[in-house]
Structure formats: structure tokens, C-alpha cells
Design a protein around this ligand. Structure first.
Ligand SMILES: O=C(O)CCC(=O)C(=O)O
Ligand SMILES: [Fe+2]
Length: 721
């Protein structure tokens, strides 16, 4: 009956034909949202086609911003594609046409394309049955466990957070359904509107069809706030008086301030009222296909986060719930930086927020009293706050009648992985992917397991699959890809992946460090300037986490002959948060610098300076020794440092002995060389030094002992070869 144009045809369309298609497209979208523009209305936009297209598209985007399609739905379309970033433009065009064609089939009565929630539920049931046949009872048990965990989580939620009384669900209850109400009915103001943003290339992990992906599913309130600046201030004051600031969380690489609402009862009371009166009705209004009634919503993992200088940001992450919301609790004029960060905004031109005054297109603008409501699986983060304090209230949500099998299987996989049960973990990711082949977090977690098992090629395949789905907009996946390529010796590709990752998230200290090291490993030391820049950016972000960056900077400077600056770098490295890995190396490097100064002082015949430098070098070496003894020599590069230690320490004994001899203090000289033979009893050189000072002093008997010791050592050494 109808066919879908292959993408190549799209490009060949003439201008007029393309405009006509866009006009139809806008018409169909409006129609799907319950508006049927007639010819008069279209002509009002102008006499030529271009003006009509512009007018219709503006109208359509305004309507679209109010929420997802409510009166009708179109078939989910699956872009089964291998998108390369540069092909994106063409692909988007093709996808638009796919959608249009499926709507045409609806217009012609193609009712089987319309998704009803009962038909998707039935489809899910069938899929689970099929997968049970394929995977066996272990799969069925895992599904059963999902249901149990879901029920428990919902019950637990109701212990702390607002849950509608059971009666609100009764069929006799004559309330209008949310779908029939306007935003004004729901939240009591006609001055609040909704703005929608794309959630990127990857659909929600669960219930993507019901959500209506690829519609713009990140919803932000605009205009009249949901609560006032004063109300927000009151809540923050209350939370602070309840001890908000005594807690701290860890979010990936960062520490986060704030606390759970379960621990802040008064703040929770305020929040619960907001849930009942505003947020649950609003969520049901905005996501009617998935939230059949406000009473179905459950809140869990609700926290009030506090960003400031000591707790500036979160990692990029996904939230653990089918839906998530963020309430802005601080006026934008009270802090700098901050905001919710979305990596996929960076290059997506199709986002509807081009006209904002925000400098950074990856940050979603949201002032106090406003809310962001979105599928939980969208990647996002709390942007670094550079001045002042910013509070937000974040909540993960569940829906009573919707068990998220993909998310739950994946989470259990992650737990199994943490517990070291890698095979069972991989099994869970396989199951989750069987339910949703576009679960990118499943692919990423699985890749990390394969990485740990040193199955680099398989891991690379999985991570690339995830990256294709993400249109390469995931800094963490690109980072993992870089590491996998590095393991396989593909250095150029590795550096490309790291650089792409950096373009998305310039604030990843580990990434900056790894890229710097990789550049430094290249023949002729790679691009020194880029390498140095990476280390500098790394230590700016994290001055103690990456002592290796200070070490490498120091080494580069020392190689350039700039020993004073090199020394400063090595001293900084001593402050590393990983003392065993970094400190002994820093100390040995510092000893090397001082050893060098000894040589210079000798040349200038400045004996006092030479002595001071030797003592300093020796002191660094003596502090390094117990640390060196603790680290395994298998640790990368450690063996080299251990032999450096021996050479340098012996040299210090020799230099100090010579200085004493030079000032005529032979007793002190002998004492120093005896220390050398005590510390290095198998080093012939040490005995030879001692022998010489004994000879000068005419201590014949003692010298005889030393000579026989040397002969003994020489015979052992000789016998070995
Ligand atoms: O700080 C923000 O805007 C986002 C914080 C966050 O991760 C969340 O609310 O889920
Ligand atoms: Fe979050």
C-alpha cells in the first residue's frame, strides 16, 4: 500500500516537493495533537509555499511544546541505522519522512499502527514468554524478582512520600482524567507553560513506545513558577535547620553536599504537599501515555542537593527511576555556573532552545520555583557551581502499574558485577538487551566486564554499539573506548576517542591525565605542548588525585633543564592522594635533582652547597625507602625506581665521604663509608670506598678484612656468570 522512501531519495527531492512535504509534516503533527488546520488557516500565513511552511512549523512547534501527542499516537519507529556523526543531517531528514509516512497510514485507517497501552502490555508479555522459552526458567525468575522489587520499592515509597489513597483509583470516582484537564485546571495558573527539549538519540530504557519517543521528552516549566522565591527560601532554611549540611554523598568522581528527604521530616512534609497538589498531576498531564493517573506515581530517592565551592558538581549520570524530576530551589542570581547539564545538547541543533540567552548550550536554564521532568534514563549532570550556593531538589519516580524490567535487570547486573560475579552480571545485561536492544547502559556495563576479563575486542564491539546508538555523544563511553583501544595498542585511535570524549566533557581529570600520558608515550614524545596542557588542566581540576600528572610535568621540565620548576612539581606530587603510587617516585626524582645540584656545587668548588645538597638528596631517599619496600616491584615502572634508589643512595654515601675527606675529616669519612657497606653489603663499590679511606689512614688490619670481603664478593659475582 505504502512504502518508506529509502534515505537516498530524500536528497533528490526538488525544493518545492521538499516544502510540500514539510507542510504535510506539520499538518499531520498538528492533526495528531488534535488540531486540524483548514486551508483558510494555512493561507493566512502567506501566499507562497515557503511562508506557509514557516507559519505551520511555528504553530506546530508551539503546540508540541505543550506536551506529547495526546489525542492520537503514531507508531514507534525504529531507526535501525549505523549513523556516523557526519551523516546525521541526512538521517534526520529520512527519519522525519518515516514518521510522516506512518501517520499517513493512520489517516488511511491503518489502525494497527496506533499503540494502545493494553497492546504494548500484551506485546511485553509475549516477549517475556518468548524469552523465557529461549533463556529458561532463570530468566522467568529474574522477571518475577523485578516485580517483587518493584512492589517493595513502591511500598517503601509510601512510608515516606505522598501516595494517593486507594479510593482515588475507584472506577466510581467521577473525576475527570488528567488527559481531559488543562494545565490550568491542574496547577491553578494559566501563566505556567511547558517547554520541551530533545532527550537525544537514545529512547527511555523502559516503555519507549508508550513515552512516544522520539518526541521531545525533557519538560521544563516556564513563566509563572510552581512556587515562589520566598517559599523556596523558607524550605531551604527549614532544611538547613534540620541538619542538611551535616551529610555528604559521593557521586562518581565528586563529593556532593545535601541529604535525603527521608532524614529531613519537615522539608519532606513540604515536598509531599507539592507532590500531591502539583507535581504528580503535572507529571500525569505531561506523560499521559505512561502515567495513567496521578495516583499511580511514587517518589523514591528524594534528596536536597547543595552545590557550593567544596561540593561544586555531580558526575554525568542517569537517574534510577522511570521518571525523574529536578526542582530549582535557588534564584539564578544567587550563584554562578550550575544548572542541569545535558551532553547531547552540545551538538544537537534540533533543540528548541536556540534562542535562549544562556551562554552554554549544554545547560538547561531553570530559575527558582521551576521544575524539570524527564525520563530517568537521560544522561545529565549538575554543572559546576563556580560562585555562591545552589540548591536543587531531585526525585526519582516509579509508576505503580509499570515494572521497569530493563532497568531492574541492568541494576541487578551491576550489583552482580560489583560483587565480582561477572558471568551472572553479563547474563543480566544480555537479558536486558533482549528486552531492549537500545539499552546503552547495558552495553556499556557489559563492555566494562569484558574489559576486566581482558576480552578487549569483544568489549570494543559492545562499546561501539552503544556509541552508535548514542550518536557518539557520551563522554564516558568514549573514555572506555579509548582505554580499550589503548589496551590493544591502537594508540592513534585511542587518542582520537579520548579527544572526542574531552570535547563533550572537558572536566574529566582522569581523561586528561590518560590522554597526556598517551601523547607522551608516542615516538619522539608526541606533542609536548599538548601533553603539558593536558596535565595542567588535569591538576587544575584535581590537584591531589593525579600525582602522576605532577610527576610527568616535573620530568618534562627536568628534561628541558629547568630543575627549579621541576622541583616544585615533584613537591606538589608529594601531596598526592595515592601516596604509595606517587610519593616514592616523587622523592626519588627530588633526590635526582639534588644529586645534580651536588655535581654543580662540586664544579664551582662550593663545598658547603655540595654538602647541603647531598644531605637533602639523602633525606629524600631515606624517606622513600620504607615506601619502596611496601610497593610491589610489579607496579608499573617501580622496578626502575628501586634500582635508581640503590644507585643514588650509594652515590650520596660516596659524595658525602668525599666531602669529609676533602675537609680532612677522615674519621667522619670512614664512618660514612661504613654506613654504605652496612646498607649495601653486597656492593663491591661500597667496600672499595671503605678500603681506600682505611688505606689513607694506614689502618692495615681493617683494610685486610675489606680486601678479603671484596675478593669474596668478586668470586660470588664471577661464579654467577
Ligand atoms: O543539579 C542539577 O540540576 C541536576 C541534579 C541531578 O542530577 C538530578 O536532579 O537528578
Ligand atoms: Fe540526576
Amino acid at each position: 500500500q505504502h512504502h518508506i522512501d529509502p534515505p537516498s531519495l530524500v536528497e533528490d527531492l526538488g525544493d518545492d516537493q521538499l516544502l510540500r512535504r514539510r507542510l504535510d509534516d506539520a499538518k499531520l503533527d498538528l492533526w495528531a495533537r488534535g488540531i486540524s488546520p483548514n486551508l483558510d488557516e494555512i493561507v493566512r500565513f502567506g501566499n507562497n509555499l515557503q511562508d506557509q511552511v514557516n507559519g505551520m512549523e511555528t504553530w506546530q512547534s508551539q503546540v508540541a511544546k505543550q506536551g506529547p501527542i495526546r489525542k492520537a499516537r503514531y507508531a514507534s519507529y525504529h531507526h535501525n541505522k549505523k549513523t556516523k556523526p557526519r551523516q546525521k543531517q541526512k538521517q534526520q531528514l529520512a527519519n522525519k519522512n518515516d514518521m510522516m509516512l506512518s501517520w499517513i497510514s493512520m489517516l488511511h485507517g491503518g489502525g494497527d499502527n496506533v499503540i494502545s497501552s493494553s497492546s504494548t502490555a500484551a506485546a511485553m508479555k509475549t516477549k517475556i514468554q518468548q524469552l523465557t522459552q529461549h533463556y529458561g526458567s532463570a530468566f522467568a525468575q529474574a522477571i518475577e524478582q523485578n516485580q517483587q522489587e518493584h512492589d517493595q520499592d513502591c511500598q517503601e515509597s509510601c512510608r515516606y512520600f505522598y501516595c494517593a489513597p486507594a479510593s482515588s483509583l475507584s472506577p466510581n470516582n467521577n473525576n475527570k482524567t488528567t488527559q481531559d484537564q488543562t494545565l490550568e485546571d491542574l496547577i491553578g495558573t494559566n501563566r505556567t507553560t511547558i517547554r520541551s527539549y530533545s532527550m537525544g538519540a537514545v529512547p527511555p530504557e523502559d516503555f519507549a513506545d508508550e513515552f512516544g519517543f522520539p518526541l521531545d521528552l525533557i519538560k521544563v516549566t516556564q513563566g509563572q513558577p510552581l512556587f515562589s522565591r520566598d517559599e523556596a527560601k523558607h524550605v531551604i532554611d527549614m532544611a538547613e535547620s534540620e541538619g542538611l549540611s551535616s551529610n555528604e554523598y559521593v557521586s562518581g568522581k565528586y563529593k556532593l553536599g545535601g541529604d535525603w528527604l527521608t532524614k529531613l521530616p519537615q522539608t519532606r512534609q513540604w515536598f509531599n504537599e507539592k507532590l500531591e497538589k502539583t507535581m504528580f498531576p503535572l507529571l500525569s498531564f505531561l506523560f499521559p501515555e505512561i502515567v495513567s493517573h496521578p495516583s499511580m506515581l511514587r517518589a523514591h530517592s528524594v534528596s536536597l542537593l547543595k552545590y557550593n565551592a567544596s561540593h561544586p558538581r555531580t558526575d554525568v549520570h542517569i537517574d534510577n527511576g522511570i521518571l525523574a524530576m529536578t526542582l530549582a530551589m535557588t534564584p539564578q542570581d544567587e550563584y554562578q555556573g550550575g544548572g542541569t547539564f545535558f551532553e547531547h545538547f552540545a551538538v544537537t541543533s534540533s533543540n528548541s532552545h536556540d534562542d535562549t540567552t544562556s551562554m552554554d548550550s549544554t545547560i538547561l536554564p531553570m530559575d527558582v520555583g521551576h521544575a524539570t521532568l524527564r525520563p530517568g534514563s537521560v544522561r545529565h549532570g549538575g554543572q559546576r557551581v563556580t560562585r555562591g550556593t545552589r540548591y536543587i531538589l531531585g526525585a526519582f519516580l516509579l509508576i505503580e502499574d509499570r515494572v521497569e524490567h530493563v532497568r531492574r535487570l541492568k541494576n541487578r547486573g551491576s550489583d552482580l558485577r560489583s560483587a565480582g560475579n561477572l558471568d551472572a552480571a553479563a547474563q543480566h545485561f544480555e537479558w536486558a538487551l533482549a528486552l531492549n536492544p537500545r539499552c546503552t547502559t547495558c552495553l556499556k556495563d557489559w563492555a566494562e566486564i569484558l574489559h576486566k576479563q581482558q576480552r578487549y575486542e569483544e568489549a570494543e564491539a559492545k562499546i561501539r554499539q552503544a556509541l552508535e546508538l548514542l550518536e557518539y555523544k557520551d563522554s564516558d563511553a568514549l573514555f572506555t573506548l579509548g582505554m580499550l583501544l589503548s589496551e590493544q595498542g591502537k594508540d592513534q585511535e585511542c587518542m582520537d576517542a579520548y579527544r572526542q570524549s574531552l570535547a563533550l566533557n572537558s572536566e574529566d581529570a582522569e581523561l586528561l591525565y590518560n590522554l597526556g600520558v598517551k601523547i607522551g608515550e608516542q615516538p619522539n614524545n608526541g606533542d609536548r605542548i599538548e601533553e603539558i596542557l593536558m596535565y595542567k588542566r588535569c591538576i587544575e581540576l584535581d590537584p591531589i588525585g593525579f600525582g602522576g600528572a605532577w610527576l610527568n610535568l616535573g620530568t618534562i621540565l627536568a628534561e628541558d633543564g629547568n630543575l627549579d620548576d621541576a622541583e616544585t612539581m615533584f613537591i606538589k606530587a608529594l601531596g598526592s592522594s595515592k601516596p604509595l603510587e606517587v610519593k616514592p617516585k616523587a622523592m626519588i626524582n627530588l633526590a635526582l635533582i639534588y644529586h645534580n645540584k651536588v655535581g654543580q656545587a662540586f664544579q664551582q668548588q662550593d663545598i658547603d652547597a655540595a654538602k647541603a645538597a647531598v644531605l637533602q638528596a639523602a633525606s629524600y631517599l631515606d624517606s622513600a625507602k620504607p615506601l619502596l619496600d611496601q610497593v610491589s616491584s610489579f607496579e608499573s615502572g617501580m622496578q626502575q625506581y628501586q634500582s635508581q634508589y640503590n644507585t643514588l643512595r650509594l652515590a650520596c654515601h660516596r659524595n658525602l665521604g668525599q666531602i669529609y675527606a676533602g675537609t680532612g675529616d677522615l674519621a667522619l669519612c670512614e664512618e660514612e663509608f661504613r654506613r654504605a657497606t652496612d646498607a649495601f653489603p653486597t656492593e663491591i663499590q661500597a667496600w672499595q670506598m671503605l678500603g681506600r679511606v682505611l688505606e689513607i689512614q694506614g689502618k692495615k688490619e681493617a683494610m685486610q678484612d675489606v680486601i678479603s670481603k671484596i675478593q669474596q664478593l668478586q668470586s660470588i659475582k664471577g661464579g654467577r656468570f
